[in-house]
Design a protein around this ligand. Structure first.
Ligand SMILES: *Cc1c(COP(=O)(O)O)cnc(C)c1O
Length: 403
């Protein structure tokens, strides 16, 4: 058999591995905050592909950059250079230099997990033999590869895949003494998010983040900040750690960096990056021109729009409006990464389903918290429309509970 009959493939059988559960909806078009499903129904996307399309769906500037690049050069191997990757690396380093005061170097990856893999390998080589442990927090999320899963502080996710790689240690989130107790002379690095995203939108306090920096300095461990979800203006600053006046040694990035083009990065202070030698790490697609063309467009456009200011202003409007919605007991987070805590008896999963039906995409990050991650370009009208839909969905649950 040399010919394949794709049209008569067994369509009743799902072609995907069953790791995501049955897909809820088929989307085939988007623009800004809006999405349309294959039946033409309109949705407001307050999830943005999980903090990925921060400049909105089908952003014309990003689309043009990718389209032009596709006609110029998609990819060359890492034996050679391409100007698009160099430009993107300089841009990312400039943003991180301004945020940390340190000059650094970049390794481009294809995802957030790979950015953390690179950071973990770098920290191990920097620490040297006997000093390889990575300390992270319970409730954290760092990726799905074996090492980043081991770093992820969610033991139930480890269970089916035991044994986990060695050298990972978890401590309670927000507990300075626990951190101090765990970071000894065998520790290469602390890996930490400024706001736990998958863990339920749990922001670190300034005091906690500063203490983590101190604990690392006391023993000579690196501080790796995972900005995969919070980076690129999501929190109202370019990077989440900027809220705390703390400069990390290593920063990992992905999600919003490509606005949907799959790309991530590991940035490290120049003296830390210097421990890597040729052959220590690599990836076929590291710095591939087509993905880097998206990064360049994203950063230029975010600078032009002053994305951190957009995020801060829209986030304040959204959080303020939500705080007076009946059934909402609290709003956590900053900028446009927000967790809505629901009153007792209300169910975030039910709200997710009802809101999807009404045409609003949110995420039930845990049974009592709805997570919102709209594009940073979301309009005031779209915010008001979404808040009204959330109000109606919660009101329906409150009424059902009362009746
Ligand atoms: C999404 C996420 C990752 C993993 O990124 P992938 O691109 O899915 O591999 C890592 N860390 C954090 C904080 C994330 O939110």
């Amino acid at each position: 058999m040399t010919s394949h009959d794709f049209h008569h493939a067994p369509m009743d059988a799902c072609p995907f591995m069953p790791v995501f559960g049955p897909p809820a909806i088929m989307f085939d078009r988007g623009r800004g905050t809006e999405l349309w499903d294959s039946e033409g129904k309109r949705y407001l996307d307050f999830l943005a592909g999980l903090a990925v399309v921060s400049l909105g769906h089908a952003n014309p500037i990003v689309a043009e950059s990718i389209a032009d690049q596709a006609e110029q050069l998609l990819h060359v191997s890492n034996f050679f250079a391409n100007p698009v990757a160099t430009e993107a690396a300089v841009k990312v380093n400039t943003l991180l230099h301004d945020a940390t005061g340190h000059d650094g170097q970049i390794f481009f990856t294809n995802s957030g997990a790979e950015a953390n893999e690179c950071a973990i390998k770098l920290a191990r080589k920097h620490g040297g033999r006997g000093r390889h442990t990575i300390v992270s927090t319970l409730g954290s999320f760092h990726g799905r590869t074996l090492a980043t899963l081991a770093a992820t502080g969610q033991p139930t996710k480890h269970e089916p895949f035991q044994p986990m790689p060695e050298g990972f240690r978890h401590v309670a989130w927000g507990d300075i003494e626990a951190m101090r107790g765990a970071v000894d002379g065998t520790v290469a690095a602390v890996l930490i998010e400024p706001i736990q995203g998958e863990g339920g939108v749990n922001p670190a306090s300034e005091e906690y983040f500063r203490a983590v920096r101190e604990v690392c300095d006391d023993v000579g461990a690196l501080m790796i900040v995972d900005e995969v979800q919070t980076g690129f203006a999501r929190t109202g600053k370019w990077f989440g750690f900027e809220h705390f006046g703390v400069a990390p040694d290593v920063v990992t990035l992905a999600k919003a960096m490509g606005n949907g083009m799959p790309i991530g990065a590991c940035w490290a202070r120049r003296d830390v990056a210097a421990v890597f030698e040729p052959g220590d790490h690599g990836s076929t697609y590291s710095g591939t021109a087509i993905a880097c063309s998206a990064v360049n467009a994203v950063i230029d456009e975010m600078v032009r729009l002053d994305a951190p200011a957009l995020s801060e202003r829209a986030g304040e409007r959204l959080a303020w409006a939500l705080s007076s919605v009946p059934g909402v007991t609290g709003v956590r987070g900053s900028g446009l990464i927000l967790g809505i805590e629901l009153a007792e008896g209300l169910d975030a999963k039910q709200a997710y389903t009802d809101l999807l039906e009404a045409g609003l995409i949110v995420n039930a990050v845990n049974p009592t918290t709805i997570r919102l991650l709209p594009p940073l370009t979301v309009s005031d009208d779209e915010i008001d429309e979404a808040v009204a839909m959330i109000g109606q969905a919660l009101e329906a649950q409150l009424a059902a509970n009362a009746g």
